[in-house]
Design a protein around this ligand. Structure first.
Ligand SMILES: *[C@@H]1O[C@H](CO)[C@@H](O)[C@H](O)[C@H]1NC(C)=O
Ligand SMILES: *[C@@H]1O[C@H](CO)[C@@H](O)[C@H](O)[C@H]1NC(C)=O
Ligand SMILES: *[C@@H]1O[C@H](CO)[C@@H](O)[C@H](O)[C@H]1NC(C)=O
Ligand SMILES: *[C@@H]1O[C@H](CO)[C@@H](O)[C@H](O)[C@H]1NC(C)=O
Ligand SMILES: *[C@@H]1O[C@H](CO)[C@@H](O)[C@H](O)[C@H]1NC(C)=O
Ligand SMILES: *[C@@H]1O[C@H](CO)[C@@H](O)[C@H](O)[C@H]1NC(C)=O
Ligand SMILES: *[C@@H]1O[C@H](CO)[C@@H](O)[C@H](O)[C@H]1NC(C)=O
Ligand SMILES: *[C@@H]1O[C@H](CO)[C@@H](O)[C@H](O)[C@H]1NC(C)=O
Ligand SMILES: *[C@@H]1O[C@H](CO)[C@@H](O)[C@H](O)[C@H]1NC(C)=O
Length: 396
């Protein structure tokens, strides 16, 4: 696009007003003649503002701004000032180009905003994740060509209206270099948040990295709450109920979709991933009372500002009576039967069967008998003793 303009020479270099970031703006003109457009000025601090002076009065100008990914915005103005919409969310670290054109003429001026600093010194692999509702971690890796003494600093702005704040708790590597940041109390808003990581070193200027992020997209949803399975004897199904996961911002139940996993404990390989459901109840039809199941549920967002990645599984809960229960019942019945039969055989092995033989009377303590002086009872006990001896003899 710019080739057609016949760019010829660099006219001037201009240090950016956005002073905390080392960067330069470099402008080129469309022809050798002196351009009527002069003194181009950029101000990113509050709004993205492009202003210039013109030696001739034109009724119309067109400003175009584009970032390294060739996304661009074009606006038309009738005075030498372009104010770009606040929410253009264009990161600056890859460089930004802008063009001022006067329609129906060949007059135009192209300027490029180039981040300064040593190539390869900027951080890489920046990513953030929100977990446990309010906590956020952002991590990065030091630039591969960054000098050993490079230290990085993270600044962020939750939205255009919020102030820029530095990270309060850095995650450090073994060399005490900052490689991440922990945020303690994050709430997800509707606007993209702006993150900037710059750095310093004694030896060289460190390039900065910046990015706009939709915070909700980075959230790992917590598990659905209060998962229950209610299986009643009279119906063949189980009613499974739960509550949506907690989030810092979205409360509507319709924003969540769920995946239910029901696993038969005896066949651990056969995991049933049931169809994704929108409600917060589900009827499990193929319930078999003789089996034992584990149940877990996870959620994701749909059509709302909620992460569309699956969140955490809920703690597995178990339901159903299971084989164990039936084995226990059967073992109990077998044990009961064995005892009954043993007793029966024992009785049959005698000529007669009486309670007295099965449960012989327990002899009373002697001293008690003596103190009472009742000799009669001691005498009555004697035949029992002889009887026991008799039994022993028979068995021999
Ligand atoms: C441009 O127009 C303004 C008024 O609209 C006038 O004051 C100014 O002198 C004009 N400049 C040139 C270079 O013609
Ligand atoms: C631009 O237009 C002017 C006259 O309007 C002309 O003199 C000049 O040669 C043109 N330049 C190019 C590069 O076309
Ligand atoms: C840095 O890399 C860019 C392209 O990636 C290149 O145009 C520029 O000349 C490099 N700067 C230095 C100082 O090497
Ligand atoms: C960033 O991640 C990519 C892919 O995981 C990896 O190849 C690269 O080495 C990482 N960058 C740094 C500086 O470690
Ligand atoms: C966040 O960072 C902390 C501290 O390094 C770590 O313990 C935790 O596992 C991280 N959480 C996630 C989700 O990465
Ligand atoms: C967390 O942030 C909210 C506002 O975003 C604030 O009202 C609350 O007091 C903060 N809580 C803590 C413990 O800092
Ligand atoms: C990094 O950026 C912040 C905010 O823009 C600024 O206050 C700070 O001085 C910068 N640090 C370095 C080392 O450039
Ligand atoms: C989940 O159950 C607990 C009690 O077991 C209750 O206090 C809590 O309010 C329930 N949560 C929801 C979201 O209903
Ligand atoms: C289970 O469902 C039955 C009816 O389907 C109901 O009477 C009972 O209260 C429910 N139990 C629980 C714990 O929800």
């Amino acid at each position: 696009m710019f080739d057609t303009l016949g760019l010829i020479c660099m006219i001037w270099w201009h240090m950016m007003l956005f002073h905390p970031l080392h960067a330069d703006t470099q402008c080129m003109e469309s022809d050798a003649q002196e351009s009527p457009i002069k003194n181009v000025n950029v101000d990113w601090r509050r709004k993205m503002e492009l202003s210039w002076e013109s030696s001739r009065n034109f009724s119309e100008y067109i400003c175009t701004i584009m970032d390294g990914d060739e996304e661009y915005i074009e606006i038309e103005v009738d005075s030498p000032l372009c104010i770009f919409p606040v929410k253009i969310y264009m990161p600056l670290h890859k460089g930004v180009s802008f063009v001022i054109k006067v329609p129906n003429t060949n007059i135009s001026k192209q300027c490029t905003y180039l981040p300064g600093g040593m190539n390869g010194s900027a951080i890489e692999n920046f990513s953030c994740v929100i977990y446990n509702i309010f906590l956020m971690n952002c991590t990065w890796q030091a630039g591969r060509d960054a000098p050993a003494d490079t230290q990085y600093f993270l600044y962020w702005q939750k939205s255009i209206e919020d102030n820029q704040m530095e990270c309060e708790r850095y995650i450090k590597d073994e060399n005490c270099r900052n490689v991440g940041c922990i945020f303690q109390n994050v709430s997800i808003g509707i606007e993209k948040a702006y993150f900037l990581v710059n750095g310093s070193s004694k030896d060289s200027l460190i390039q900065f990295y910046d990015e706009y992020i939709d915070l909700y997209k980075t959230e790992i949803l917590t598990a659905p709450l209060n998962v229950t399975a209610n299986c009643t004897r009279d119906s063949s199904g189980c009613i499974i109920t739960w509550h949506p996961p907690l989030t810092s911002h979205e409360k509507k139940a319709k924003c969540f979709q769920y995946e239910i996993s029901i696993q038969n404990k005896d066949e651990p390989k056969e995991e049933k991933k049931l169809p994704q459901v929108w409600t917060d109840t589900y009827e499990f039809q193929n319930y078999n009372e003789k089996k034992r199941y584990t149940l877990k549920i996870r959620a994701r967002g749909k059509n709302c500002l909620v992460s569309s990645n699956w969140g955490e599984w809920s703690e597995p809960i178990e339901f159903g009576q299971g084989k164990d229960y039936f084995i226990f019942v059967i073992l109990f019945l077998i044990a009961l039967g064995t005892i009954s039969i043993t007793l029966l055989l024992y009785c049959l092995s005698k000529r007669y069967c009486s309670l007295k033989n099965i449960f012989p009377p327990i002899p009373q303590p002697r001293d008690k008998l003596i103190s009472e002086g009742d000799i009669q009872i001691e005498y009555v006990d004697l035949p029992t003793k002889s009887h026991t001896e008799e039994v022993t003899r028979i068995e021999e």
